[in-house]
Ligand binder design. Structure first.
Ligand code: GLU
Length: 379
């Protein structure tokens, strides 16, 4: 099963905007060894923007989207060239995959992307993934490459997500604090309070890594946040040795790729508040949601869009693909089916959270669902 390894810009590019070739070679050599030992690896690499800036005569990261797009377009080919030569030198072929958020938000293109990964990995090729920054905008983006790496881990049903960074892992205390630094071995201790205090080294960067690790954990995939510097990094981590901060996976039952896609890759564009009868019909009896059970409909959406379902107690307990648009739901055709049970991902209501719940609904076989959705307006 696949291991997804993510490297951030500061690991890949130095302060002068040059590729850190020795670091890339060291990690590529480890990737080569893993692939030869039968462990497929997928690399998610940042650094396109950092490599592009100096070539455009820019000394610092611009805020204008168009300039960021330009920098990444200039830098991405250099980034890929660097990985290509480092991986070739270690005896494996590299492939470039640039993803845009809509590629994963549409079911049909998600399945295409997954097939492309599967084929490359089966051939022993190492996909080198980045966001397609040249066309990404604030409205259409994964957010950051930590989030992208978690998505790729879910997509490839990885057995491990490794987020490599400048520091040794998540710290409970900053080195400047009394008693610091204190490295957390277990991600469960990486509470929001620890990160929120700004105590984690890397600050915002660490918060997004923790969020990515939690997303992977909720999908049943363990993660490690660890230093990407030095020698002997990936081998020991993949072998399960104690390095950095490890996040244990949550137990996930019966979550097909379709449910994982719906849960983690398909953005919700609306919310339906349902009554208690509808909630228990969905959760306990495995029924579909009918318009009669909807007490409030927020947002404007069409058939095939994803919406969150909120219980009377205010907790979001599921995400579903709608069979009808918002206008029709508001029109209150009572018997109309709003979300079919097979197009529903139920969260673990024990947590009551819309972020940390796991997919617990049984479902149709994945490819059956794929075919089913190919005929919806959305897919
Ligand atoms: N995709 C961006 C790049 O290659 C980096 C985004 C991130 O680091 O989160 O420059």
């Amino acid at each position: 099963m696949t291991v997804v390894v993510k490297l951030g810009s500061t690991l890949v590019v130095d302060t002068k905007g040059r590729v850190r070739r020795s670091l890339l070679s060291a990690r590529a050599a480890e990737v080569g060894e893993l692939v030869r030992s039968g462990e497929p690896v997928c690399v998610v690499s940042s650094g396109a923007i950092a490599l592009g800036l100096p070539r455009l005569g820019l000394t610092r990261r611009p805020s204008a989207t168009a300039r960021l797009q330009a920098a990444s377009a200039v830098g991405q080919s250099r980034l890929q060239a660097a990985w290509d030569s480092a991986l070739r030198a270690s005896g494996v072929e590299a492939a470039q995959i640039l993803l845009s958020a809509p590629d994963l938000a549409e079911r049909a293109s998600y399945v295409n992307v997954r097939n492309s990964f599967d084929t490359l990995l089966k051939l022993g090729v190492v996909p080198v993934v980045n966001e397609n920054d040249a066309t990404a905008t604030d409205e259409i983006t994964f957010g950051d490459n930590d989030a992208l790496a978690a998505q790729v881990a879910v997509l490839t049903r990885a057995r491990l997500l490794v987020l490599l960074t400048e520091v040794d892992g998540v710290y409970a205390k900053h080195p400047a604090e009394p008693g610091g630094p204190e490295l957390l071995a277990d991600g469960a201790a990486a509470t929001d309070a620890v990160v929120g205090r700004g105590s984690a080294l890397g600050r915002g960067g660490m918060a997004s890594k923790i969020a990515a690790a939690r997303l992977a954990a909720a999908a049943g995939i363990p993660s490690v946040i660890a230093s990407g510097r030095g020698r002997g990094v990936l081998g020991p981590i993949v072998a399960g040795e104690r390095r950095g901060t490890r996040f244990a996976p949550e137990a996930v039952d019966g979550s097909t790729a379709f449910k994982l896609w719906l849960r983690y890759a398909k953005p919700a564009v609306g919310r339906l508040v349902v009554d208690e009868g509808a909630r228990s019909a969905l959760l306990v009896h495995g029924r579909s949601l009918l318009a009669v059970g909807v007490v409030r409909c927020d947002g404007s959406f069409a058939a095939g869009d994803a919406v969150e379902l909120e219980a009377p107690n205010g907790k979001v307990f599921a995400k579903g693909l709608t069979s009808v648009g918002a206008d029709e739901i508001r029109g209150r055709t009572r018997g109309v089916e709003v979300v079919h049970r097979d197009r529903l991902a139920l969260y673990d209501t024990g947590t009551g959270s819309d972020q940390s719940g796991r997919v617990i609904a049984p479902s149709e076989a994945d490819e059956t669902s794929a075919a089913y959705f190919a005929s919806t307006p959305d897919a």
